[in-house]
Design a protein around this ligand. Structure first.
Ligand code: HEC
Ligand code: HEC
Ligand code: HEC
Ligand code: HEC
Length: 126
């Protein structure tokens, strides 16, 4: 009985946020891992001891500004309703939405717009 309990405690400890390397997306894993095989949390979380949602500027330092992202995923001129709208430059929010409203890191990503819409965005890596 005691053994079962301590195994459970250990499992709980290991799954507590921050107690072990948090799972990263496949597309980030390699570049965020240093030569010692340790994940560089600071790439997104800076030097913060208690980790919370990263600042948008952390993402922008590698991916370019929100405006540049908007340009990258710009829809063809006159495409109208034949394509889903540019997620990085929307009618309501322009380019102001924090990246992490849609791109999550340690869990499945979800599109913020879909609280109200039903966009599919097949190209988005979740
Ligand atoms: C240290 C640099 C770096 C930081 C910081 C970083 N990324 Fe990345 N990210 C990359 C690289 C390199 C790739 C893989 C190449 C690519 O697809 O651009 C990537 C891939 C991605 C992809 C997948 C792109 C695709 O091909 O569909 C998304 C989405 C993404 N990053 C979002 C974010 C978000 C959101 C943040 C902030 C929380 C962030 N990244 C922080 C470097 C970075
Ligand atoms: C409203 C939701 C939303 C927000 C906010 C958002 N993205 Fe995206 N992002 C998407 C979707 C959806 C795609 C899929 C691409 C498409 O449909 O053109 C995507 C694609 C990407 C890609 C891959 C682009 C490509 O085609 O190579 C990167 C990199 C990326 N986003 C980074 C960011 C960064 C950095 C920010 C913040 C500056 C950000 N995103 C903000 C929804 C979002
Ligand atoms: C590529 C960027 C990136 C890296 C690298 C990264 N994180 Fe995160 N982290 C995020 C984002 C984005 C969130 C917001 C929640 C989410 O998307 O999962 C977050 C949230 C968190 C949270 C808060 C969880 C919550 O739900 O409140 C903790 C704790 C955390 N990260 C720990 C870590 C640790 C520890 C490392 C290093 C092993 C790390 N992160 C590396 C992007 C990153
Ligand atoms: C809080 C709810 C809500 C969110 C979140 C939201 N929208 Fe909307 N959106 C609406 C409403 C309401 C309308 C107006 C409906 C209409 O005119 O048919 C609308 C209209 C639109 C339209 C014009 C409708 C059309 O068919 O021409 C586009 C494009 C659009 N939204 C894109 C987005 C994108 C992209 C996002 C995410 C970045 C987003 N919306 C997030 C509620 C929302």
């Amino acid at each position: 009985m005691l053994r079962v309990l301590s195994a459970l405690c250990l499992a709980a400890l290991l799954s507590a946020p921050g107690a072990q390397a948090m799972k990263l997306k496949d597309y980030h894993k390699e570049i965020m891992t240093n030569e010692q095989g340790k994940v560089e949390c600071s790439a997104c979380h800076g030097e913060a001891k208690r980790k919370s949602i990263p600042k948008m500027s952390a993402c922008e330092s590698c991916h370019g500004t929100a405006a540049e992202m908007a340009e990258l995923t710009k829809r063809p001129e006159g495409a109208g309703h034949s394509v889903e709208p540019n997620p990085h430059d929307s009618l309501h929010y322009g380019s102001d939405l924090p990246c992490t409203y849609c791109h999550q890191e340690h869990k499945e990503s979800k599109v913020y717009c879909n609280q109200c819409h039903e966009f599919k965005y097949p190209k988005m890596k979740r």
